[in-house]
Write a protein that binds this ligand. Structure first.
Ligand SMILES: NC(=O)C1=CN([C@@H]2O[C@H](COP(=O)(O)OP(=O)(O)OC[C@H]3O[C@@H](n4cnc5c(N)ncnc54)[C@H](OP(=O)(O)O)[C@@H]3O)[C@@H](O)[C@H]2O)C=CC1
Ligand SMILES: O=C(O)CCC(=O)C(=O)O
Ligand SMILES: [Mg+2]
Length: 743
């Protein structure tokens, strides 16, 4: 191992990738002064696609499998990775990215939806490795610690964001199934000895089909399996469509088709099929021949229409419009462009979509572009109830007040593909009725379900060491912040019952005297946390992987207006650090605004906080006081960004992402120039601080002058980096000041 302190900064997609063009040069320049190597690795969707097909690319086009490399690094103590949000691609996004790369001259094959030979099966398998949430689970070799730092919380209290008013007669609600879902069918067991299991379907006709030959289990691991009945799901969907129409509310669906990349697109497809049933059934043959796949959304139907005869096409379009008159209003993703909630599965990502609805008075946009009460369909019961609890609370007590509300930080069980978020390679749409069994090497059946054709069956794993580490992290956070901690676990759920036994065991390993640690079922935990938060009190949520994801968007969006301002640390179990930036995504809408008017409203505070945590980790690991000084100064700069309100605004003419980066550089340089712990750094940064202070007006002028006009970046999934960098670094004065640091 080389002893040079090293930070890996990830190159991703969309808005964070744009922001990187301006921020990374600052990071490199500052880190360089303390002898830190800053390296980059490309984990963008385009980069991951290209890494799958080296043999089809020229030498110049080829890139290595950076994700696999980082996945490996994450299991070592040296890891210090700053991870920006990346696209978790739905199939329509994946296909669009492939098309763009082909147009740029990369000889990639088309995505074979229905592979008919070995070569096509191989191509599909490679592409599928890049589909959905293909990055985070690989890097997350540790549990999750997400919270709003005190400075961020204070900022939000001082500058509360707008929250939509709630009325007690709001008709908005969450609808979930009452039986036949994953929740109702879950079975779970803790495995005593390590070994392999086989997953098989014993068909009603006696034939056995192996679904997955080998899944390795560790000793002490919890496994669980559950089944979603297709017929129960379809009956539920029909009932909800009718109910939404009768009650005059919008119909909306909220799933996580990215993380749950096998099960949730299938559920999404069922809703599309039921909602548009009369048209899809009437034209089934034509649509099938055109390759329409409901799991990709009704947007896929529109994409396929050109392949159909003109008359058929017109009939389908007219019949869909006529159908809308008989259906409840559909919630819209973009009313102006006619993009509905059922267009593409990647537009309805529940962790972001439900908080947005709650922030907007429980309403979503209708086709006329107005906000309206909404039915939020979340079919499975495992977690749906938490959102209904928030809705009920808002109906009773009104909207939450960001100026006074408390905070709900999260300690999330996430390491090593924990729970449902690691289940996609063990999820199956069942082809024929029978029994699905999980069988160990000795032939014992560990779990089984009877299934019907079309049901979704899945198995999830939760390893013992991550649970033990998670309990430790929870106790540590509770102690450090002197805050009550609640484990959100449901004793009535088979899986949670196994987890509770381990939590109770591992809590025994710690000194918990004086701490308030409880175990509550999710809905009770939500009610408890909401009551406290309204009273201005903080409560740590200690949750499994799914609730980690849901709550770290929900509470930040209510408290801070966005999850971008969150500190999001993954202490890796091998001793390294993964520093995620914020808790949200890659904000596609921000790119649209950028290319239209050269204004980037992306807030990089998450990157700033992650960088400070990364530098602290590096300082500790290398016993390096210079790096410590750099980290402390960055803390000061981050505090000033908030205090002096230098975060990006939203509209042309105001400060944008680049302006915030300028202030970060100025404040950071000033903090280094005024500290006295390291005289070399002090001397090094004095001229930069001076240059950035004297030239503030000039630099801001150069940054603002470019705004307001369209900008061409040469691609969406695989933009031209030189063009992007040029667009994102329009201040010659700032650029040359930074360059002088390296001299
Ligand atoms: N860790 C990761 O890698 C994650 C990746 N994703 C991926 O991101 C993509 C988009 O996901 P989506 O669910 O739409 O959620 P996003 O979080 O990307 O966007 C939702 C909205 O949140 C606001 N927002 C998010 N981040 C910022 C920021 N840094 N600064 C300012 N505002 C911000 C924006 O609101 P406004 O428009 O009002 O400004 C944005 O439109 C998907 O491909 C998804 O898979 C999602 C979550 C995590
Ligand atoms: O990896 C993804 O697809 C999304 C991750 C996410 O939403 C989260 O971790 O909060
Ligand atoms: Mg999330």
């Amino acid at each position: 191992m080389s002893n040079t302190p090293k930070i890996i900064y990830t190159l991703t997609d969309e808005a964070p990738f744009l922001a990187t063009q301006s921020l990374l040069p600052i990071v490199e320049a500052f880190a360089g002064t303390a002898g830190i190597d800053v390296e980059t690795r490309d984990i963008s969707l385009a980069g991951r696609i290209l890494a799958q097909f080296p043999e089809r690319l020229t030498d110049a086009q080829r890139i290595g499998d950076h994700l696999a490399e980082l996945g490996q690094l994450a299991t070592t103590p040296e890891a210090n990775i700053i991870k920006l949000p990346n696209i978790s691609a739905s199939v329509p996004q994946l296909k669009a990215a492939i098309r763009e790369l082909q147009q740029q001259g990369y000889a990639l094959p088309d995505y074979p939806e229905e592979p008919s030979n070995d070569e096509e099966r191989d191509i599909k398998a490679r592409y599928d490795r890049t589909k959905g949430s293909a990055v985070n689970p690989v890097l997350r070799e540790g549990n999750s610690d997400r919270r709003a730092p005190v400075s961020v919380k204070n900022f939000a209290r001082k500058h509360p964001h707008r929250m939509g008013k709630w009325s007690s007669d709001s008709k908005s609600h969450v609808a979930h199934m009452r039986d036949g879902d994953f929740y109702g069918s879950e079975r779970s067991t803790t495995v005593l000895d390590a070994g392999n299991v086989r997953i098989e379907l014993v068909r009603a006709d006696g034939q056995t089909v192996v679904l997955k030959e080998k899944t390795a289990l560790q000793a002490g691991e919890i496994i669980d399996a559950s089944r979603m009945s297709a017929s129960a799901l379809n009956a539920f969907i029909d009932e909800q469509i009718n109910d939404a129409r009768e009650s005059g509310v919008l119909f909306s669906l909220h799933l996580k088709a990215t993380m749950m990349k096998v099960s949730d697109p299938i559920m999404f497809g069922h809703v599309v099929k039921r909602f548009y049933a009369p048209v899809l059934e009437k034209h089934a043959i034509a649509l099938e021949s055109a390759g329409f796949d409901p799991n990709n959304g009704i947007g896929d139907l529109y994409a396929r229409l050109p392949a159909l005869d003109e008359s058929v096409r017109r009939d389908i379009e007219a019949e869909i419009q006529a159908l809308y008159a008989q259906r409840p209003g559909l919630a819209m993703v973009n009313s102006d462009k006619g993009i509905t909630n059922l267009h593409v599965p990647s537009d309805i990502i529940v962790d972001a979509s439900m908080p947005a609805m709650i922030r907007d008075s429980g309403k979503m946009w209708n086709a006329a572009g107005e906000l309206q009460d909404t039915k939020a369909v979340i079919p499975d019961r495992s977690y749906a109830g938490i959102y209904q609890a928030v809705i009920e609370d808002c109906k009773q007590h009104g909207a939450f007040d960001p100026a006074t509300m408390g905070s709900v930080p999260n300690v999330g069980l996430m390491a090593q593909k924990a729970e449902e978020y690691g289940s996609h390679d063990k999820t199956f749409e069942i082809a024929a009725a029978g029994t699905v069994r999980v069988v160990d090497a000795a032939g014992n059946t560990l779990l089984e379900h009877s299934v019907e054709a079309g049901d979704i069956w899945r198995m999830a794993q939760t390893k013992d060491a991550p649970i033990r580490d998670w309990v430790k992290l929870a106790v540590t956070r509770a102690r450090l912040s002197n805050t009550p901690a609640v484990f959100w676990l449901d004793a009535n759920r088979a899986h949670d019952k196994q987890v509770i036994a381990k939590v109770e065991q591992y809590l025994g390993e710690h000194d918990t005297s004086g701490l308030d640690i409880r175990i509550l079922a999710p809905v009770e935990a939500m009610k408890f946390s909401l009551e406290r938060t309204r009273a201005g009190q903080d409560t740590i949520s200690v949750t499994g992987n799914v609730l980690r994801d849901y709550l770290t968007d929900l509470f930040p969006i209510m408290e801070l207006g966005t999850s971008a301002k969150m500190l999001s640390i993954v202490p890796l179990m091998a001793g390294g650090g993964l520093f995620e930036t914020g808790a949200g995504g890659s904000a596609p809408k921000h790119v649209q605004q950028f290319v239209e008017e050269n204004y980037l409203r992306w807030d990089s505070l998450g990157e700033f906080l992650a960088l400070a945590a990364s530098l602290e980790h590096l300082a500790e690991r290398h016993y390096d006081t210079r790096i410590r000084v750099l980290a402390d100064a960055l803390d000061v700069a981050n505090g000033r960004i908030l205090d002096e309100n230098r975060s990006p605004a939203r509209k042309v003419g105001q400060l944008d992402n680049r302006g915030t980066h300028f202030y970060l550089a100025q404040y950071w340089a000033q903090a280094l120039a005024t500290q006295n712990d390291d005289t070399q750094l002090k001397a090094k940064f004095a001229p930069l601080a001076e240059a950035l202070t004297t030239n503030e007006e000039k630099i801001l002028g150069e940054l603002t002058a470019v705004q307001g006009k369209p900008v061409e970046i040469g691609g969406y999934y695989h933009p031209d980096v030189a063009r992007m960098a040029e667009a994102m670094r329009p201040s010659a004065t700032l650029n040359s000041a930074l360059a002088s640091l390296a001299a």
